[in-house]
Design a protein. Structure first.
Length: 325
């Protein structure tokens, strides 16, 4: 879509709040479950399950993205992906999103509209609609996404259900985004596959509801690092999670980048975030299929537990991302 006339200077200030909101909302088709869409004081969406899964993620320029590294379209997809993956990690399907944009007055209007396109396209992967939001001025460019999900009659998957004897498994990619970030920090823009993985993750959305159907006992979105996020499951469930390093396959592009940069690829797989893989536990003997890779098992918490152990020992490297760590 082409941006509307921007009043002369091409910025969101030149376009104005009302025209910006109108231009953004015009880019969002509405699904059947949207009873009242953008344009009113609030949206109304159907909740056939009578329960609603709710999650929020905030992206701040300079912390979660850089405009010189990522085009607006990819920032929009990444912003949506973070929340869509959280809903999937509950075993649910996202139905709708609301988006808050806090932007400097000199932000190009075209950037805001390309962001909206990215949000729309990522949401469409799961059949979700962007049903509203807010736009405000701010010295720091910030995107906030709230997603609503439908459990479709299933019990929610939480971080507290793992039991001794369960297997630990993961669906989706690990280490790609961390490798891409390392490449960007060195001033490179290739390998493109890794850089794009950091700009725009590819979460396995369908694996969340599938995990529920397979009898998963716990599930978590790997947003901050496998060891760190599985640590939430270990502590919530009161078990040790025993991972085997040799169960982690190092993808070729990740291996090659590690060799070129003098890095340990397992550090990216075990501690790198923002790929939004789904990791959880399943009863022993469960037929998981090709989407899942078994990494280890759950055991009764030993001395120092509950915790995550790699080859029988605590992971000595960086555990994952902590905003205040």
């Amino acid at each position: 879509m082409q941006p509307p006339s921007t009043g002369g200077d091409g910025t969101v200030a030149g376009l104005g709040e009302r025209a910006l909101v109108a231009a953004v909302t015009a880019r969002y088709p509405q699904g059947e479950g949207v009873l009242v869409g953008p344009g009113d004081d609030a949206a109304v969406v159907a909740a056939p399950d009578a329960r609603v899964v709710v999650t929020t993620d905030v992206l701040v320029e300079g912390v979660h993205f850089r405009r010189d590294w990522s085009p607006a379209h990819d920032v929009g997809r990444k912003a949506a992906a973070q929340s869509l993956a959280d809903v999937a990690a509950m075993g649910a399907v996202t139905t709708s999103l609301v988006v808050g944009l806090a932007a400097p007055a000199d932000l190009p209007a075209s950037w805001a509209l390309e962001l909206a396109d990215g949000l729309r396209e990522e949401s469409a992967l799961v059949g979700a609609s962007v049903v509203g939001g807010d736009v405000v001025s701010s010295p720091v460019l910030t995107v906030a996404v709230t997603a609503l999900g439908d459990l479709q009659g299933r019990a929610p998957l939480t971080r507290t259900g793992a039991r001794p004897g369960d297997v630990v498994a993961v669906a989706g990619r690990l280490g790609w985004s961390a490798a891409g970030l390392a490449v960007l920090r060195r001033g490179f823009r290739s390998p493109r596959a890794l850089v794009q993985a950091h700009r725009c993750p590819e979460p396995p959305y369908a694996a969340g509801p599938l995990a529920a159907a397979l009898g998963a006992t716990s599930l978590v979105d790997v947003s901050d690092g496998l060891v760190l996020d599985l640590g939430h499951v270990a502590r919530g469930s009161g078990v040790d999670l025993l991972l085997r390093r040799d169960a982690l396959e190092v993808p070729g592009p990740v291996r090659d980048a590690a060799a070129a940069l003098g890095a340990d690829p397992y550090a990216w797989l075990l501690a790198g975030g923002e790929d939004h893989a789904l990791a959880g536990t399943f009863p022993a003997g469960a037929e998981l299929g090709a989407a899942w890779t078994v990494l280890g098992e759950a055991a009764a918490a030993g001395e120092g537990g509950p915790r995550v152990l790699v080859d029988g020992a605590p992971w000595e490297g960086e555990a994952g991302y902590d905003h205040f760590g």
